[in-house]
Structures are given as structure tokens and as C-alpha cells.
Write a protein that binds this ligand. Structure first.
Ligand SMILES: Cc1cc2nc3c(=O)[nH]c(=O)nc-3n(C[C@H](O)[C@H](O)[C@H](O)COP(=O)(O)O)c2cc1C
Length: 190
């Protein structure tokens, strides 16, 4: 985890309203793997954040900042500027990302006009109980592609109740593998 004054290298965001749910756990496994290889990471859950939906006012096109200021969106979104790699995860809700993550993504329109997030790298994570997780990944990929992130790949897990994903040994192995891939970008030599 991040120690005050350290530069953050990898930022993990979970879009689940379950703070300690499956998405948080899968994202955290990736971050832990990065930490073991010597990288600095930070994890943010959107569960306790207030994030209003984009209202489509288009003011950000001119002013380059979001006109909505009475919530937590800016605090979280601006952390992306400080990372090299973003790990963005969502539970699957009706074959897609959660409403909370969609609100978060839509609000990044204010960063889109001048591609302020471009050049960073990213990983997409989803958890499904049964099906629809691929579309969840596709939505996150759409966000990443629009903002011109370089895409490192995805991890898709299975689980229903909070914690179930820890039984998905394939997903856990994939999460560790992608953590190693992130670490190799930094040539930490661990
Ligand atoms: C509103 C809602 C919609 C859901 N829709 C789907 C779905 O379309 N497909 C699926 O496989 N699971 C669906 N689920 C189950 C969740 O994806 C599953 O419980 C997941 O593990 C939740 O991850 P979390 O613990 O990170 O919140 C849904 C759950 C909720 C609450």
C-alpha cells in the first residue's frame, strides 16, 4: 500500500457497492502481487462514495472540468492522474458494469475532450455469478479505449456471495499473472 510521500504506480478501483465483495478482492489480489514485486499501489472502493450521474450539460467541453462538484467523483477520478497503471473492476449487473461505476465512467467525459488520461496503462476486472461478465469487461474496455489507455488485459472471476470469488482458482491465478505483467513494466527485478 501507499506510504505518504511515495509515488503511486498502480491504482485499483472497485465499482462494487459491496466494500469487501468479490470485485474488491480480485482487484486487491492484483495489487498485492504488484506490491510483492516492489510496486506502490492504492485501492479505492466506490462503495462509500457519492457519485452523481453525468447530466449531459456539455459545460466540460469548454471548461475542461465537471460542473458537478458536490460529490466524491473528482477526489477519486483525479487519483488516476497519479498512477501509471489503472486496474478497474466491476461486478456484473444485468450483463454490464454496476450503476455506480457507470456514473463514475460517464463523469470522466470532462477528462475526455483533451484526452487527459491518455498514455496510461490499464487492466479490466469483472465478477459474475453466472453470465454477462464479458460484456462488463467490454464496457470497461470501451472506457479505456476512448481515453487512449494502453490495454494490458482482463481478469474475469465467478462468485455470487461476497468472498465466493476466492474459490475461483483460475481467476486468482489470472489475477496474479496480470500483477506480474504489470510489475514487469517497471523492471523492478524482484
Ligand atoms: C443488481 C444485480 C444484478 C446482477 N446481475 C448479474 C448478471 O447479469 N449476471 C451475473 O452473472 N450475476 C449478476 N449479479 C450477481 C453479481 O454479479 C455477483 O454477486 C458478484 O459476485 C457481485 O460482485 P461484488 O461482490 O463485487 O459486488 C447481479 C447482482 C446484482 C445485485
Amino acid at each position: 500500500m501507499l506510504i505518504d510521500g511515495d509515488d503511486m504506480q498502480v491504482l485499483g478501483i472497485s465499482g462494487s457497492m459491496r466494500k469487501d465483495g468479490n470485485t474488491s478482492r480480485l482487484v486487491t489480489i492484483i495489487l498485492k502481487q504488484c506490491e510483492e514485486k516492489g510496486l506502490t499501489t492504492e485501492f479505492i472502493s466506490l462503495a462509500d462514495k457519492k457519485i452523481h450521474p453525468c447530466i449531459g450539460c456539455e459545460k466540460c467541453k469548454k471548461e475542461h472540468e465537471c460542473s458537478i462538484t458536490d460529490d466524491d467523483w473528482e477526489d477519486v477520478a483525479s487519483r488516476i492522474f497519479d498512477c501509471e497503471v489503472l486496474v478497474m473492476g466491476s461486478p456484473t449487473y444485468y450483463y454490464d458494469v454496476s450503476g455506480q461505476l457507470k456514473n463514475f465512467i460517464d463523469r470522466t467525459y470532462s477528462y475526455y475532450h483533451d484526452r487527459r488520461l491518455a498514455g496510461r496503462k490499464a487492466v479490466a476486472v469483472s465478477v459474475e455469478a453466472d453470465k454477462g461478465g464479458s460484456r462488463t469487461i467490454q464496457t470497461i474496455e470501451g472506457f479505456l479505449s476512448a481515453h487512449e489507455f494502453s490495454y494490458l488485459g482482463h481478469v474475469k472471476g465467478k462468485g455470487y456471495l461476497a468472498g465466493d470469488v476466492m474459490k475461483d482458482t483460475d481467476a486468482i491465478a489470472d489475477a496474479k499473472k496480470i500483477g506480474d505483467k504489470i510489475a514487469r513494466l517497471f523492471h523492478t527485478g524482484h
